[in-house]
Design a protein around this ligand. Structure first.
Ligand SMILES: [Zn+2]
Length: 264
């Protein structure tokens, strides 16, 4: 699942390509919205809310989510697509460009005024104008027995942390991801750290949490199982945290350093 900073960058790219332009092509390749036609409408803006991407038009909001494998590509009109057409879920075209969403997890066109219903369950957006660490901290404390490594992924608490950052944040705080929220330290400090790290990476790829841009040294623990901790030298471990309600379990390996993040 993409992190909030990735979604932020995708939305910014779509905004640059589409905002202020009239759609001459709209094609939603999901049965429920196949008949919807947005041509003639002008794109006002494209924004990210958590991991959701909203294309706002005067009457409608086109809502999409990348989920596991989704990608948006922007092509000059007439340019050959880099992915097969059957994987396209949505196409928005202006005179100059085509924005093509491949393998999107959510594709829906909503009346503009009901947009909040689709994403209203989100907590404060780490990269949005509504960011509020106090609200996020309060949300975090609502389920104090929950492991911090699961709570960080819950987009209702704060929106934007994915699998990479939850491991990195736990490392940076020196906390085992299995630690209950109530024992994991100041919740506001968690929220502020998450904001700092995502904000620092909002216009940058690859993402860096160590401050070291060299390949293989950009992240503290994520994806580094068996390799020495960059801080203490002990081998990084990986595992999973059980969550029966988790629909994306397949991807949810969490990483930790047994030296820097001792179990409680
Ligand atoms: Zn370590």
């Amino acid at each position: 699942m993409p992190e909030g900073d990735t979604v932020f960058q995708v939305a910014a790219q779509l905004h640059t390509a589409l905002a202020g332009n009239i759609l001459i092509e709209s094609d939603f390749r999901v049965p429920r919205f196949a008949a919807v036609d947005l041509t003639g409408e002008t794109v006002e803006e494209v924004v990210a809310r958590g991991k959701h991407i909203l294309v706002r038009l005067p009457q409608h909001t086109f809502h999409s989510h990348l989920m596991m494998d989704g990608q948006w590509h922007v092509y000059g009109r007439g340019t050959r697509w880099r992915k097969p057409g059957f994987r396209a879920r949505a196409v928005l075209g202006t005179e100059r460009v085509q924005a093509v969403g491949f393998d999107l997890g959510i594709v829906e066109v909503l009346p503009r005024e009901t947009e909040a219903d689709a994403i209203g369950h989100l907590g404060p957006d780490l990269l949005g104008p509504d960011w509020d660490p106090v609200v996020a901290a309060g949300n975090l404390m609502r389920e104090p027995e929950r492991p911090i490594g699961l709570a960080l992924l819950d987009q209702r608490i704060m929106a934007g942390v994915g699998n990479v950052y939850r491991s990195e944040l736990c490392f940076l705080r020196g906390v085992d991801p299995a630690t209950p929220v109530r024992e994991a330290g100041d919740p506001t400090a968690w929220a502020e750290l998450a904001h700092r790290v995502l904000h620092a990476n909002r216009n940058r790829t690859p993402r860096v949490t160590t401050g070291d841009l060299r390949r293989g040294r950009q992240l503290w623990v994520y994806g580094r199982r068996g390799t020495p901790c960059l801080r203490c030298g002990r081998p990084i471990e990986s595992g999973t945290l059980a969550d029966p309600s988790d629909v994306e379990r397949a991807e949810r390996v969490v990483y930790r350093c047994p030296g820097c993040q001792p179990p409680r």
